[in-house]
Design a binder for this molecule. Structure first.
Ligand SMILES: *Cc1c(COP(=O)(O)O)cnc(C)c1O
Length: 482
């Protein structure tokens, strides 16, 4: 993909769109941010958006829509059954994946519920490159377990491996031998692996994995939520894809996939989701669950306006200048942080910039949640809201002990086309200051710990009142600045 060259001999990301609608932001003083953290149990999920300056929690449902998407919402056909909008979206998906059947759902995890309810039995093992929180929860809810068979590069925080999302083919063969095909209903491929830093999986790896699975009559399920970033990196980093268009890459993935599902909160930049399958047999196996959990088969819990906008968003996903926006901004964000010595995950991927909490605050043990503490500290000193992706996002071992996460990350997501370069510079400035004062950050401990998906609603408190000390230092250094 051609990048624009500059006279001043620097390369920087350039927006290939202009902003025509804006939303005013609030930046409240650090004392008010401390109050918000106290109220929200030092969990960034529990902050109110009005207390947040730059919301980098997630790209889920927060990407900017295009004018064409907005316009499409006006022609939505509102009807419970048989809406024209549904058939337009179905047609777009048939073109996009070349799969004939589409089951609409209200979001990505709903697809996981339907797929796992249909195919996962107690004792089953589901191999995958890496789990996603909701995926793992649904597999376990149905009595299965997740087997992650990533390569040795996957969890290395500094690497120049272009495809850390790849599956280790030997581990896959080994697992099939050990577990037996009868206990492996499907293998799951996650495009743009969310939890290890938006890292892509190579097309060549996908094809090799699918060949092994199909030789053993194991289905391939592809989670295409982060497809846009993944195909951008396939095109940019993979020799094999140099001469393929973005759509040809999508089709090569779809060709070896038995069940494709996605969260349209990411793919298509709207809110919704869906499952696409090539055969009527697979469609029939799952279709009865849609009216039960989602809504009638022609809306699946989505509003028709979102469905119209999704169809346009999917078309736009095949535009190189659309899919390169996220990764380019993330690369620049990462570069600026590294210039300040801030440890991040390299190479940068999609989704967001991932700060490595283990290296940022090595004095905080996994049991005291370094990623959670760092996410809280970043919000406190900047109003920037990131997300903990570390031990708090894991589940405790059956004996109640902590299960330390492979990596302790604070994800600073960059929803597509939302933030400007000066806002990113502000975030870099504050995080660089925090890095200089990192010794002040200590760990967190739970005061209220939910049993399932505790990262969403759990409440914690800072050990040794470190937040007060950090706030005091901020005031000393920044005076009465916001
Ligand atoms: C977000 C996400 C999901 C879940 O989708 P929701 O719409 O949030 O329910 C599943 N898989 C991946 C890879 C995701 O990023």
């Amino acid at each position: 993909m051609s990048k624009i060259k500059f006279f001043l001999n620097e390369s920087m990301p350039l927006e290939m769109h202009k902003v025509r609608v804006v939303q005013k932001l609030n930046l409240i003083p650090i004392e008010a941010r401390k109050e918000a953290l106290d109220q929200g149990g030092y969990n960034t999920f529990l902050l109110k958006n009005r207390d947040v300056f730059l919301d980098m929690l997630t790209d889920s449902g927060t990407n900017a829509m295009s004018d064409r998407q907005m316009a499409s919402m006006m022609v939505a056909d509102d009807s419970y059954a048989g809406s024209e909008t549904f058939y337009r979206l179905e047609k777009t998906l048939q073109f996009f994946f070349q799969m004939k059947y589409f089951l609409p759902t209200h979001q990505g995890r709903a697809c996981e519920n339907i797929i796992c309810k249909t195919f996962v039995k107690p004792g089953d093992v589901i191999p995958m490159n890496y789990h996603f929180t909701t995926t793992k929860a649904h597999i376990e809810l149905n009595g299965g377990t997740v087997a992650e068979i990533f390569t040795d590069e996957a969890l290395k925080v500094t690497s120049d491996c272009p495809f850390k999302g790849n599956i280790d083919l030997n581990k896959l063969q080994q697992l099939i031998k050990e577990v037996g095909v009868e206990h492996i209903p499907f293998l799951r491929i996650e495009l743009g692996t969310n939890l290890i830093g938006g890292q892509p999986i190579a097309l060549e790896n996908i094809l090799a994995v699918a060949k092994i699975c199909h030789d053993h009559k194991i289905m391939v399920v592809t989670d295409a939520s982060l497809l846009a970033d993944n195909i951008h990196f396939n095109k940019e980093r993979e020799e094999f894809c140099k001469n393929l268009s973005l759509h040809e890459i999508v089709l090569k993935i779809a060709e070896v996939t038995d069940i494709m599902y996605f969260s349209a909160r990411k793919l298509g930049c709207v809110r919704g989701g869906g499952i696409c399958v090539p055969t009527v047999e697979l469609f029939d196996k799952m279709k009865d669950l849609i009216p039960l959990y989602e809504g009638f088969l022609t809306y699946g819990g989505m509003s028709v306006r979102e469905m119209e906008a999704m169809a346009v968003g999917l078309e736009e996903t095949l535009d190189p200048e659309m899919v390169n926006q996220g990764p380019q901004f993330i690369a620049e964000f990462g570069k600026k942080l590294m210039e300040q010595g801030v440890p991040i995950i390299t190479p940068t991927g999609g989704l967001g910039c991932h700060v490595d909490a283990r290296r940022f605050i090595p004095h905080v043990k996994s049991e005291e949640y370094p990623a959670g503490a760092l996410a809280a500290a970043i919000y406190l000193i900047s109003g920037v809201r990131g997300m903990e992706r570390g031990t708090i996002s894991e589940t405790r071992n059956p004996d109640g002990s902590e299960h330390p996460a492979g990596v302790e990350l604070v994800r600073l997501a960059l929803p597509r086309r939302v933030f400007t370069m000066s806002q990113i510079s502000y975030a870099v400035d504050r995080i660089a200051w925090l890095f200089q004062n990192r010794d002040l950050i200590k760990g967190l401990m739970f005061i209220d710990e939910p049993k399932v998906l505790r990262f969403f609603l759990g409440r914690l408190t800072p050990i040794d009142h470190w937040a007060d000390k950090l706030m005091k230092k901020f005031r000393e250094d920044f005076g009465d600045s916001l």
